[in-house]
Ligand binder design. Structure first.
Ligand code: ADP
Ligand code: MG
Length: 315
């Protein structure tokens, strides 16, 4: 299916198909996002598989046509917003697995990150966004056509690092090009909605305030992500550190050291733990020594958590 559409492969870094075992594992490993996970799964499920709610209604509420209509008219957009390294991308890239399993359909994700795209040339962001929606529409239309009345599958478009879409509003003025990118995005969402295709859009941003109000208004739901609290840091660290031979008390201490401290109001992000701390412990010990708590303590003294996105921007 991918081979006859080279432009599709240029546009998206890769394409992910669900159900997928690896995605299931990654999704399962996310801590503290259970509520977002279940709400997001349902929301995406009814968008990528409109047949689902209809079957549900015919079972439980055969008379409820108006009620169902409100559900079907939900905008095909959800926003994930919050601090860096809190699982927005990870959840977006794997939630399709939960949707696919729940609805028993195939789900395809098209991931597009705006941070690495668009050199800032006039019109580039707009073209990129329009092309992404074209590809999504096209894929969703094909699915509907081949499957007849029953959706044979659904499509999720992920627009990641979307602050780039409207960035320079910060400076008090929005460049013409930025406005055009936002407009292309809005047009895309509206087109998907009008045609009632088995498709949904996930937009991720580090700063909700960077997202145009007109885009926010179109979101069926906005999910907020936060840095891990003590319990959540423990949930991440417990398994791997216990494997490394750390005692309960050792792990307690690491949980504490990765939290807020006297000289800083914030603790480690999830990704600080999984992508910096844990690998650092291993690489420090490898290849000659084992990982030890004493060494972990020393290393932690020298490590600082990623500053919150907002503070960094305000300078
Ligand atoms: N809620 C979480 N639970 C466990 N690990 C997480 C969580 N959020 C992020 N991580 C870890 O941090 C990495 C980066 O997270 P990511 O989703 O890219 O963050 P962002 O919110 O900036 O998009 C993930 O691959 C995962 O290892
Ligand atoms: Mg991200």
């Amino acid at each position: 299916m991918a081979d006859d559409q080279p432009q599709l492969n240029d546009l998206f870094d890769r394409r992910l198909e669900f159900p997928d075992m690896d995605a299931a594992r990654r999704l399962n490993r996310l801590v503290g996002v259970d509520d977002a996970k279940s709400r997001l799964t349902k929301l995406l499920a009814i968008l990528v598989n409109p047949e689902g709610p209809r079957a549900w209604a015919s079972r439980h509420h055969p008379q409820a046509a108006t009620l169902l209509d409100y559900v079907e008219r939900r905008p095909p957009l959800v926003i994930l917003a919050g601090d860096v390294g809190t699982g927005k991308t990870e959840l977006s890239e794997t939630i399709g697995d939960a949707v696919a399993r729940q609805e028993k359909i195939g789900v395809t994700l098209y991931p597009l990150s705006l941070s690495t795209r668009g050199s800032g040339k006039v019109g580039e962001m707009t073209k990129l966004v329009s092309a992404a929606f074209d590809a999504t529409l096209d894929a969703a239309q094909k699915l509907r056509r081949t499957a007849g009345a029953r959706a044979g599958g659904g499509v999720i478009l992920l627009v990641d690092e979307a602050d780039a879409l409207t960035q320079s509003r910060e400076d008090g003025q929005m460049h013409h090009e930025d406005r055009a990118g936002v407009n292309a995005f809005i047009r895309g969402v509206d087109r998907l909605a009008e045609k009632r295709l088995p498709a949904a859009v996930i937009l991720c941003t580090n700063r909700l305030s960077a997202i145009d109000p007109a885009v926010q208004r179109r979101a069926a739901d906005i999910f907020e992500f936060h840095r891990p609290n003590d319990v959540q840091r423990r949930a991440v660290l417990d398994g791997p550190l216990a494997e490394a031979g750390f005692s309960r008390a050792d792990i307690d201490r690491v949980v504490q050291m990765t939290g807020a401290a006297r000289d800083r109001a914030y603790g480690f992000t999830f990704s600080d733990l999984t992508q910096r701390l844990l690998p650092t412990l291993v690489l420090d010990a490898y290849p000659d020594r084992p990982v030890t708590f004493a060494r972990a303590q020393q290393l932690l003294e020298t490590m600082t958590p990623t500053p919150p996105f907002q503070d960094r921007r305000r300078g």
